[in-house]
Design a protein around this ligand. Structure first.
Ligand code: WAQ
Ligand code: MG
Length: 265
């Protein structure tokens, strides 16, 4: 599903605001219920009212690959500047260059992308073919038995929401893509201020206060190992069906240093 709104700017020029998007892997019997949920989500979104809602349903014949969720944790952070420092340090530990970090934070500050930016981890170059749209991760989902394990684990931490479950599923698919070294995400919902850094090394690390409340900025950046085959990566993220069928550990609040120190790099 993708919902957008056309706005008229200066000199009658029109541009499009991305309101909401959602995707998943479902059985035919779930289709009607999911469509209703997606339409509901598009119509009642904190970013505004869409004038266009596009729904696409495609049969997936390929058997999905199965993966585990990344280990989840949350760091302590109580200001955007602290959150930026924590996310920057974690990404530096993952060998993301200063140049790449600069490009990444500029993309997130600008916002209004439908998909994610691909940035080379070393040179900090934008790699996706369509920079306005970005790369949209699709054909991903979580199997029901896995969801039944995940939900109570998240509930114990007070974070059993669709937002967290969907972001954890997406980050786990992205981390399973060879060539992707790390992901940085900030929600584009004005009130949702928690973001994350995800990687195979540190897991899915939630970072509160990554943006100031009320701001419409946000987005996703995937840091790509230098010299990777970009078309293969895009093909995997957009087209290869991947299903979460195992759940990794879900930890509570930790200090950022604890997470960094637990790995000898
Ligand atoms: N593929 C690629 N990029 C995407 C996708 C996708 N399927 N969905 C969203 N994005 C990009 C797009 O640029 C959005 O503007 C941006 O990410 C943010 O999307 O643990 O809610 O759906 O508490 O607003 C993270 C923290 C929440 C969750 C992320 O993202 C937690 C969130 P949103
Ligand atoms: Mg959003």
């Amino acid at each position: 599903m993708r919902a957008s709104q056309e706005v008229r700017g200066e000199k009658q020029r029109t541009s499009e605001i991305h309101i909401s998007g959602a995707e998943g892997l479902y059985t035919v019997s779930e289709m009607q219920r999911i469509l209703r949920e997606y339409i509901e989500r598009a119509l009642h979104h904190p970013k505004g009212k869409p004038d266009t809602i596009l729904l696409t349903l495609e049969e997936v014949r390929q058997e999905p690959l199965t993966i585990s969720t990344l280990p989840l944790s949350t760091v302590i952070s109580d200001s955007p500047s602290e959150a930026k420092k924590i996310s920057g340090n974690m990404l530096r530990a993952l060998r993301i260059s200063e140049k790449a970090l600069k490009t990444a934070f500029a993309v997130l500050q600008k916002g209004n992308m439908r998909g994610a930016a691909l940035i080379s981890a070393d040179k900090g170059m934008r790699l996706e073919h369509d920079r306005r749209r970005g790369v949209r991760v699709s054909r991903l989902g979580i199997a029901k038995p896995a969801l039944r394990i995940l939900s109570p684990r998240l509930a114990r931490l007070g974070i059993n929401t669709d937002t967290v479950k969907e972001a954890l599923t997406l980050a786990s698919k992205v981390a399973s893509c060879s060539g992707v070294r790390a992901e940085l995400c900030i929600s584009d919902d004005p009130q949702y201020t928690t973001g994350y850094v995800a990687s195979n090394l540190f897991g899915y690390v939630r970072i509160p206060t990554l943006k100031r409340s009320g701001r419409k900025i946000g987005g996703r950046v995937f840091f790509i190992r230098e010299g990777s085959d970009i078309d293969r990566i895009i093909q995997y993220l957009e087209r290869t069906p991947v299903l979460v069928d195992r759940i990794g550990p879900c930890k509570g609040i930790q200090r950022a240093e604890e997470i960094l120190d637990s790995h000898h790099l």
